[in-house]
Design a binder for this molecule. Structure first.
Ligand SMILES: [Mn+2]
Length: 312
């Protein structure tokens, strides 16, 4: 079948947008290191239900391999401007049977990237993946603000006895001493949170910017809540996006953010502070419609990398 990539002469590539690989995480030779993970701490009822995410997002990115140096008007230049570089380190090995080992391997991989002075960009996989990434930032001595973009608040203390799963990500983050502030954007609809969990989050100092507010007034209050000069971790659950552009999620919820609202948030954070780590999770290929969600995920990921490459 004819494809966009073939039209523009993209060779077959295995990495995201044909970026160079990365044989040694400790010496990436680039300021941005992309890594995938099929999962981390699964709930037994669903397992690694986003396990195909990294491959699907890379496959969608392959279409742009021949266009990497072209003008991207979203960024005002090529994705990676002259003098910047990004590599794709492939996937961190994980297994549904070994969540503790998965967390250790993810912490170690992210830690190596941070030690090399690069920005880790992690693609999942479900929303349990950011937890070890956040721990690695603490081990590296970083003090961070988290900007979580998600339809759900992820403040469950445990689910089916599991404390490190995808519904507990922000509660675990709030317990980490090096996490100074959490701003959460995109909550909406039915099933976003339990009342008690919202109360706990607010009591801990979390600021919520619901999707309805973003629709009415834009992303700017969320940006105002990011401290000037902060080191920021952006945790993007793709279900924050409207299902009209991002159908590839386990639970579609009406009224989500647009591509531009998410790009505005990412760009504004990089202007106000510095993005020190980024994750994109919960992409579920089996739920996609004609590759629409994968295209949006790939373009958002490219856009985020372009913003990170440009920040001071
Ligand atoms: Mn979510």
């Amino acid at each position: 079948m004819a494809s966009l990539g073939a039209m523009f002469g993209a060779e077959e590539v295995n990495t995201f947008m044909g970026l160079p690989g990365c044989p040694d995480l400790a010496r990436p030779g680039a300021g941005i290191v992309l890594m995938g993970a099929a999962g981390c701490t699964p709930y037994p009822s669903v397992g690694f239900y986003c396990g195909g995410g990294p491959a699907a997002i890379r496959a969608a990115g392959a279409a742009y391999a021949a266009n990497l140096a072209h003008m991207n008007f979203d960024l005002g230049g090529p994705i990676l401007p002259e003098g910047t570089a990004a590599v794709d380190a492939g996937d961190v090995p994980v297994s549904e049977a070994d969540p503790e080992g998965n967390r250790a391997r993810l912490r170690s991989a992210v830690g190596q990237v941070l030690a090399a002075g690069a920005v880790p960009v992690l693609i999942g996989g479900d929303d349990s993946i950011p937890i070890p990434m956040l721990q690695a930032l603490g081990e590296a001595g970083r003090r961070v603000t988290i900007l979580q973009i998600d339809a759900h608040i992820d403040w469950r203390d445990e689910v089916q006895g599991e404390r490190w799963g995808l519904s507990s990500t922000m509660r675990r983050a709030s317990e980490m001493a090096h996490v100074e502030r959490i701003v959460q954007v995109g909550q909406r609809g039915i099933g976003s949170a339990r009342m008690g969990d919202v109360a706990d989050a607010l009591a801990s100092g979390v600021e919520f910017v619901p999707a309805g507010e973003v629709a009415r007034a834009g992303v700017w209050r969320a940006v105002d809540l990011i401290p000037e000069g902060a080191e920021v971790v952006i945790c993007l659950d793709v279900d924050a996006l409207d299902p009209g552009v991002m159908p590839a999620v386990i639970g579609r919820t009406a009224g989500g953010l647009s591509y531009w609202q998410v790009m505005e948030l990412i760009g504004a954070v990089a202007e106000k502070g510095r993005i020190v780590a980024f994750d994109m999770v919960e992409f579920m290929p089996e739920r996609d419609i004609d590759g629409l969600g994968a295209m949006v995920a790939a373009q958002l990921l490219a856009g985020a990398m372009g913003v990170i490459a440009r920040q001071g």
